[in-house]
Design a protein around this ligand. Structure first.
Ligand SMILES: NC(=O)c1ccc[n+]([C@@H]2O[C@H](COP(=O)([O-])OP(=O)(O)OC[C@H]3O[C@@H](n4cnc5c(N)ncnc54)[C@H](OP(=O)(O)O)[C@@H]3O)[C@@H](O)[C@H]2O)c1
Length: 301
């Protein structure tokens, strides 16, 4: 049987890069699709990798990037909106376009990345767009698999490395009292799940939520980071209303350090719901945050 070709939209991103690696290791040929597609640093000339330039907002680009593919993964992301680029464009219309064209092209499987808590009715424009995007994808391609990870960590991540920066301050601010519960998940475990879902064993479930082995309050994540880095700092509770004011003041900046959507999300638990697919179904034992800190943050001190 010939090698399956999987198109990874967002294949240069934090998750997408690991997905590409897992798929190549599992024996697939991979097409890396992004606006600025690059081959990964680990790639050998003999690896079955190709690149295609695509903007998920462009019908022709997407159709071309899907040509001849057997499977497709949508790991395209947008975390901060601009005037010319809205969550709606990427997470709803872009995702729907990809699903519709994949269905028309007869592509066998589609995995749509979303996030835990995705909900069209959310006050957060980001979370609402994710929820509407899921519905639009299922509408266009009924057998799509929706994958919702909790916050992801891994080497060179934005999550732990940003927290590590915060612990350089004399006082470390908390969102509220730091009690929001998270279930941080290793990016490689999520990438491996995608590879399993695209393998030869068919899965009945269509919705998966992926969280790590430990549910941790935001405060506990910070405490683990500080303990590993051997930094002792007092934690300072900061009311959410003040965070909202800070996000409002920061909103005119070109790359705001904090957005209203992020504040809303930090007030809501982000843990796996009962009754959906998870690592157990995929036969994956997820790794813990604590054990991964050295690889993610480098040497302590
Ligand atoms: N990171 C997390 O903790 C986390 C948690 C839960 C869910 N997720 C979800 O997981 C997925 C991947 O997230 P990530 O953190 O890996 O994202 P990321 O690192 O920001 O990567 C985004 C990827 O999308 C590509 N891209 C952006 N705009 C595009 C466009 N208009 N057309 C085509 N490609 C475009 C980027 O490449 P170019 O810029 O070259 O186009 C890049 O390859 C997203 O759906 C995200 O919401 C992430």
């Amino acid at each position: 049987m010939s090698q399956a070709l999987i198109a990874v939209f967002g294949g240069t991103g934090f998750l997408g890069g690991h997905v590409v690696k897992e798929l190549v290791e599992a024996g697939h040929a991979v097409r890396i699709a992004a606006r600025n597609p690059r081959l990964p640093a680990w790639a050998e000339t003999t690896d079955p990798l190709e690149r295609v330039t695509v903007d998920i907002r462009c019908e022709e680009d997407v159709a071309k990037a899907l040509e001849g593919a057997d499977g497709v993964v949508n790991a395209v992301s947008l975390y901060v909106e601009h005037k010319q680029l809205r969550f709606e464009d990427i997470h709803v219309q872009g995702a729907a376009r990809l699903a519709r064209l994949a269905q028309q092209a007869g592509i066998r499987s589609l995995i749509q990345l979303s996030g835990i808590g995705a909900d069209p009715a959310s006050r957060s424009r980001y979370v609402s767009a994710r929820g509407r995007g899921e519905a639009a994808v299922i509408d266009a391609y009924s057998k799509a698999i929706i994958l919702r990870p909790s916050v992801m960590f891994g080497p060179h991540d934005a999550f732990l490395n940003r927290l590590a920066e915060l612990t350089r301050l004399p006082l470390v601010p908390l969102f509220g009292r730091g009690e929001t519960r998270l279930q941080p998940v290793h990016v490689i475990d999520v990438a491996r799940s995608i590879s399993r879902l695209l393998g030869s064993v068919p899965f009945e479930r269509r919705l998966f939520e992926l969280g790590g082995p430990d549910i941790l309050a935001y405060r506990e994540v910070l405490e683990q980071v500080m303990a590993y880095l051997e930094r002792e700092r007092p934690l300072l509770p900061v009311p959410f209303a003040l965070w909202h004011a800070i996000a409002l003041l920061a909103s005119p900046l070109p790359g705001p350090p904090l957005t209203r959507d992020q504040v809303i999300m930090m007030a809501e638990d982000n843990v796996v719901a009962p009754g959906v697919g998870g690592f157990d179904d995929l036969d994956i034992l997820p790794r813990s945050l604590r054990d991964s800190l050295p690889a993610c943050l480098g040497p302590a001190g």
